[in-house]
Design a protein around this ligand. Structure first.
Ligand SMILES: Nc1nc2c(ncn2[C@@H]2O[C@H](COP(=O)(O)OP(=O)(O)OP(=O)(O)O)[C@@H](O)[C@H]2O)c(=O)[nH]1
Length: 712
């Protein structure tokens, strides 16, 4: 079958934001207006158990009202196929945002019009920078009391550093939110009828100020925006034409660009990541969503418009780029695995080629064959079976056996690895045990499934105690995993006290020689290694270099040395935590024709590592979290005092809408149960967000006390 829809009529977009900014509501409205859903269901309703929003379908999500899993939904708008990924806002689920961004072509970043830029928006924005994802902004909740478009836009410019073009500005705020000015088209939209109607009257820009609904504005700030409309439009035109030399010249010669030219200029800048169009609305009141969808079509890239996907070798070095086209061998990336009552769904992004039902693909990451049985497209209310998928598509394969998140699926005749997703290491761990003794095996099978679906989870068995240990990105992340295991897989488990995942580092550069010699009759063991260990930059990982000359350590033993360093670095000398970021340079060594072996070199290297790390005055590192607390101003003093007691470092404080906020860094070890403190200190009115930021050295005088606390 030939391609039904040209690639330029596709948009694969993500909706990303801070918790509660309104992603789920916005996605629901998108599905409603694009005709895939016939009734508006609100997140409020679901919390009361009255309805069910499409993308929030897990029981925990309904209970907690937060979106844990990002689900891909396909829909259509004005002849375009739009695949939307609703990503979770909660900080513990950054991983979900991370992997969605990897496979998206563009993102709509949703802001709460009252709160503006929030910590998770910042984190997600930086992730989108890393993956070069073009973005547009949608300032939602303009109907809320305290909504402040200027505050949101200033945050986008100053805190996120975005070069923006205002495509729309709201006309009024809170109860006065009566419409929007479209600065690109040069018109105003004034809402008519009730919220449910979502109808509007279109009027010329210069008549907006005279409209009776605008004349009735009650606040000076709302009136001021309207008085500046002509200037704002001129600014937007300038920001647009700056993206294109021809348009800029024509504009400088006094020719007003056409609407078409303006849109092309903004599209060019947006696709290249140089310009961020800004929209506004109130999803809850059905205002602005259709215009925002038009913006998605006008400004978000189609698959391949921004280049293809990088192909890499085993070490992750880029070896080429695969363009997005049907005419190349199949290259696809599995980005999410969901255990669903109907079987496992493996969400996959197809970059090139055509995959048909019944095809066999090569899972290049695991070196296994994978047969494609059923292929489905997930729509608002149902899954639709399809026979084939092509370059640019996002779909789910049902019941794949071997594939995990991040794996590359390819034409078996042309296997190649696609650029990997990067996942952070867990920062917190808990012991878990089944509620019923007989459920031990069932629990480890269930945990294995959870870990397979979520690359930011790890499961280990503690060698000393035999306990099963689950590691993740935060307390809530682990709690929800255990909860999901109960509801989805029927295994009930208890969690122990959460523990911090500390790390270790070399304190300085050490050159050390170790000789392993053993002679107990028969063949002996002999190996000598001389290694320089150097601390590396944060995030540089473990780097090994073989700098031996003249065959003083024979080539066949070098892999044993490298592996020994990796193994030994998992258990450092301060307190048995993983040693991060160092370079190990093997510079010399000795061997013996008869007595040397890979094992002897492994033993020598491991001992060399242990002694060298101890000699280097090693450091203990702890995860440090970025914390933001928003509360009524009266409580701010107590919150700050408490942050200081928790070894916190305040970086910023100020006003956010009607509330005060404080931001800073606090060690995770001091943050367990923080929610309880905050509730009582602020009479339940304070909110916080906490995101892992970096590892930092534990002050020497704290090491013993911390280790003692951990041991309890
Ligand atoms: N006043 C107002 N409330 C809104 C608007 N959009 C969403 N909300 C409300 O804000 C709350 C959060 O909305 P959600 O859509 O669940 O937000 P979310 O960003 O998906 O949240 P998570 O999935 O938990 O990250 C809900 O109570 C919504 O009804 C809006 O435009 N105006």
């Amino acid at each position: 079958m030939a391609r039904q829809k040209p690639l330029n009529l596709y948009r694969n977009i993500g909706i990303i934001a801070h918790i509660d900014a309104g992603k789920t509501t916005t996605t629901e409205r998108i599905l409603y207006y694009t005709g895939k859903k016939h009734q508006i269901v609100d997140v409020h309703d679901t919390k009361d158990g009255k309805g069910s929003t499409t993308t929030d379908y897990l029981e925990q999500e309904r209970k907690r009202g937060i979106t844990i899993q990002s689900a891909a939904v396909s829909t259509e708008w004005k002849g375009h196929q739009i695949n939307v990924i609703d990503t979770p806002g909660h900080v513990d689920f950054t991983i979900e945002v991370n992997r969605s961004l990897r496979v998206l072509d563009g993102a709509v970043v949703v802001f709460d019009g009252v709160a503006g830029v929030e910590p998770q928006t910042e984190t997600n924005w930086r992730l989108a920078d890393q993956y070069n994802v073009p973005r547009m902004c949608y300032v939602n909740k303009m109907d809320r009391i305290g909504a402040n478009f200027k505050h949101a836009v200033d945050g986008i410019k100053n805190r996120l550093g975005a070069n923006i073009v205002l495509c729309q500005i709201p006309l009024g705020s809170h109860d006065d939110f009566v419409g929007m000015a479209d600065l690109i088209a040069g018109v105003g939209y004034i809402w008519e009828g009730s919220d449910k109607d979502s109808k509007w009257e279109t009027i010329p820009l210069d008549q907006i100020a005279n409209h009776p609904k605008v004349q009735a504005f009650t606040t000076a700030a709302d009136k001021e925006w309207v008085s500046k409309l002509a200037d704002l439009r001129a600014e937007s035109i300038e920001a647009a034409v700056e993206m294109d030399d021809d348009a800029m010249h024509a504009y400088l010669e006094g020719n007003e660009p056409s609407l078409e030219t303006l849109k092309q200029c903004i599209r060019k800048g947006c696709v290249a990541g140089k310009l961020v169009p800004v929209f506004c609305g109130s999803s809850y009141r059905n205002k602005g969503v259709q215009q925002m969808l038009d913006g998605v079509i006008d400004y978000m890239p189609y698959p391949g418009e921004n280049g293809g996907i990088s192909m890499v070798d085993e070490d992750g070095n880029i070896i080429g780029e695969q363009a997005v086209t049907d005419e190349a061998p199949v290259r696809a990336l599995a980005f999410k695995v969901i255990n669903d009552p109907f079987g496992t769904l493996t969400f996959t992004r197809i970059y090139s080629g055509v995959i048909k039902k019944g095809d066999t693909l090569q899972n290049v990451t695991r070196g296994k064959k994978e047969r494609i049985g059923r292929i489905v497209e997930v729509q608002a209310n149902a899954t639709r079976e399809i026979d084939e998928v092509r370059a640019g598509d996002i779909c789910a394969f049902v019941s794949l056996k071997e594939t995990e998140t991040g794996d590359s699926l390819c034409d078996p005749a042309h296997p190649v690895l696609l650029e990997r997703m990067r996942f952070p290491d867990p920062v917190i761990s808990v012991s878990v045990e089944p509620k019923t003794r007989g459920d031990v095996d069932k629990m480890s099978t269930a945990l294995y499934k959870m870990v397979k679906a979520d690359p930011s989870l790890r499961m280990e068995v503690d060698q000393e105690t035999g306990q099963t240990v689950l590691k993740g990105m935060g307390e809530l992340h682990l709690e929800i995993t255990i909860d999901r295991m109960r509801t989805e897989l029927g295994v009930d488990a208890n969690m122990g006290k959460p523990k911090v995942s500390f790390r270790e580092a070399f304190g300085g550069t050490v050159e050390h020689t170790y000789t392993h010699k053993k002679q107990t009759g028969g063949t002996g063991q002999f190996a000598e290694v001389k290694i320089i260990f150097e601390p590396g930059e944060p995030g540089s990982g473990v780097v090994f270099s073989d700098e031996v000359v003249g065959g003083r350590v024979p080539r066949e033993y070098i892999p044993a040395v490298e592996q020994a360093i990796t193994k030994e670095s998992r258990q450092g000398q301060v307190a048995g935590y993983q040693v991060l970021d160092f370079k190990a340079r093997l510079i010399d060594g000795k061997f013996h024709d008869v007595d040397s072996s890979a094992l002897a070199f492994e033993i020598a290297t491991r001992a060399c590592f242990r002694e060298a790390q101890r000699m280097s005055k090693p450091k203990l590192l702890e995860p440090v979290m970025k914390l933001e607390v928003v509360t009524e101003a009266d409580y701010l003093g107590d919150v700050i005092g408490d942050m200081n007691r928790r070894r916190g470092q305040i970086t910023e404080q100020g006003q956010k809408g009607p509330n005060a906020f404080v931001q800073g860094f606090v060690p995770l070890a001091e943050m367990f149960g923080y929610i309880n403190f905050l509730r009582s200190a602020t009479s339940g009115r304070g909110n916080f967000t906490m995101i892992f930021d970096h590892y930092e050295e534990v002050p020497a005088n704290m090491v013993a006390a911390l280790m003692e606390k951990e041991a309890k």
